[in-house]
Design a protein around this ligand. Structure first.
Ligand SMILES: Nc1ncnc2c1ncn2[C@@H]1O[C@H](COP(=O)(O)OP(=O)(O)O)[C@@H](O)[C@H]1O
Ligand SMILES: N[C@@H](CC(=O)OP(=O)(O)O)C(=O)O
Length: 466
């Protein structure tokens, strides 16, 4: 059995939905379908999820608005394309209009419930479209399936009990259509994953239902070795490992949500990323490490601007017991997590996800750190990007770092930090934001051009052997 997820770009309008229906019908193994909310139809269009966020904010601010009608238009266009029964569309309209009248524990839960309806209504509609085209299908609400989430309304995590609940889900000859992106807390409130979280639902179902494959359909032919918006015609990746994907999606490969890989890893379910508009292409297969033999050192290169760094300098830092503990206690006090902490004998850099910090928190946190640990230098660096170069093949080769740094030095791109993880499959660099795209292009060119240095000879001195 396969779980198959379609992103918003694949369900943006009736023409796309028709392609999706053909894909679902083409393989009887495709039993469980996960839908996102309708996405952008063209550059500059607004995703239904973003319209729902506006609708929620207008509701919270008591503003008159016509968002329910705008959102309904999106579903209506799809529904009319398949002549779905009138009562299906009437029900969608009624549910959209009712959102502001329902009660929620607080504003965050209100926001989550509004957002979740993008996928919920789309799954209901998609099941109706499938039935209209002669394929028996049933909408399954996450509450029926027992998708239980933590009490973080807009960035929830799945609870382990979910997997026990999924054991009891029965399916016969009908397709099951699940809405992605949300589940329920133990108190019965709707909570969503972070943005892009429909991929997570697909992965949870793939693990919980013991799927043989998790197919993730999107709008590109494959996962490419670099973001196609940064590098022109990047090479497609035919096969990669779970952990390569996790590292790359964490730092910018937005084609697959970085948390979504985890349930698939836990269930050891391979993932196939494919194009809805070109379904016969093989796409990219993401597999466990033990079924992968690297043929080159670098699989992918990515950059992300969503970071900021705190640089601290004080002599003899290495001798002071508890220095880091004092800083971590301050981060804990402000409810802030950190991403990385590279250090030297007298220096420490703490790298944060900038999205979780507002200016006031940064100001207070830095003042607290200054007063507590009395550094010689404390510098908040907002202009900070992380470049990640990832490849299972790096472990067995020496010289990769030189090949990453040289093209940057040749093009005058300054590197502020270098960090290699213990797994030795990724190298992380810190640069200025304005240098990030160029750094990705230069490194890409070096490893993927015709005269590439991918063929660095495997080394006797490599820590692990291939
Ligand atoms: N390395 C990469 N390979 C392929 N696509 C990428 C990569 N990095 C970023 N992307 C972007 O991810 C997009 C697909 O993800 P997303 O828009 O979330 O799709 P969906 O709506 O199907 O969930 C692509 O259109 C592409 O612009
Ligand atoms: N619709 C949600 C969840 C999601 O995963 O969407 P998509 O599959 O279109 O990235 C969002 O926009 O964040």
């Amino acid at each position: 059995m396969k779980v198959v997820k379609f992103g918003g770009s694949s369900l943006a309008d009736a023409a796309h939905v028709e392609k999706v229906i053909h894909i679902v019908q083409a393989d009887s193994q495709r039993k469980v379908v996960v839908t996102s909310a309708p996405g952008k139809r063209f550059t500059g269009d607004i995703k239904v999820t973003d319209l729902l966020i506006k609708y929620a904010n207008a509701t919270l601010n008591d503003q008159d608005n016509n968002y329910a009608d705008q959102i309904f238009d999106r579903y209506q266009e799809i529904g009319h394309g398949f002549n779905v029964p009138d009562d299906v569309l009437t029900d969608i309209y009624r549910k959209l209009k009712a959102l502001p009248t329902r009660s929620y524990p607080n504003n965050d839960y209100l926001m989550a419930a509004f957002k979740a309806h993008g996928e919920r209504l789309n799954a209901e509609l998609f099941a109706a479209c499938l039935n209209r085209l002669g394929t028996k299908a049933r909408f399954v609400d996450p509450s029926e399936a027992g998708i239980l989430l933590s009490d973080d309304p807009n960035s929830a995590s799945v609870l382990e009990e979910t997997y026990d609940h999924l054991q009891h889900l029965s399916y016969g000859d009908e397709k099951l259509v699940f809405p992605g992106f949300f589940g329920f807390t133990a108190d019965g409130n709707i909570a969503t994953f972070a943005r892009g979280g429909s991929d997570i639902t697909g992965s949870i179902l793939a693990r919980g239902l013991h799927a043989s494959l998790y197919e993730n359909f999107t709008d590109v032919d494959a996962i490419f070795a670099a973001n196609p918006k940064v590098v022109k015609n990047p090479a497609p990746i035919a096969k990669m490992t779970f952990r390569e994907m996790r590292e790359l999606s964490y730092a910018g490969f937005s084609v697959f949500n970085d948390e979504a890989i985890i349930p698939a890893i836990q269930g050891q379910v391979p993932i196939n990323v494919k194009n809805t508009n070109n379904p016969d292409l093989p796409g990219t297969l993401i597999v466990p490490e033990n079924s992968f033999k690297p043929t080159k050192s670098v699989t992918g290169i990515t950059g992300s601007n969503r970071f900021a760094a705190l640089y601290l300098h004080r002599y003899l830092l290495n001798k002071e017991v508890g220095f880091t503990l004092k800083i971590l206690k301050i981060l804990y006090k402000y409810g802030v997590s950190y991403e990385h902490m590279p250090s030297g004998i007298d220096d420490l850099t703490i790298i944060f996800d900038r999205n979780q910090l507002d200016n006031e928190t940064i100001h207070k946190m830095c003042a607290d750190i200054k007063a507590t640990v009395k550094p010689d230098t404390l510098e908040w660096i907002d202009d900070y990007a992380i470049i990640m170069v990832v490849g299972e093949g790096m472990r067995a080769r020496v010289g990769t770092i030189e090949n990453i740094i040289r093209p940057l030095a040749e093009h005058d791109i300054a590197v502020h930090m270098i960090n290699q993880g213990a797994s030795r499959i990724s190298i992380m660099l810190g640069t200025r934001e304005s240098d990030a795209d160029e750094a990705v292009r230069r490194i890409y060119q070096h490893f993927f051009s015709q005269a590439s240095s991918q063929s660095v000879t495997p080394s006797k001195n490599a820590v692990y052997s291939e």
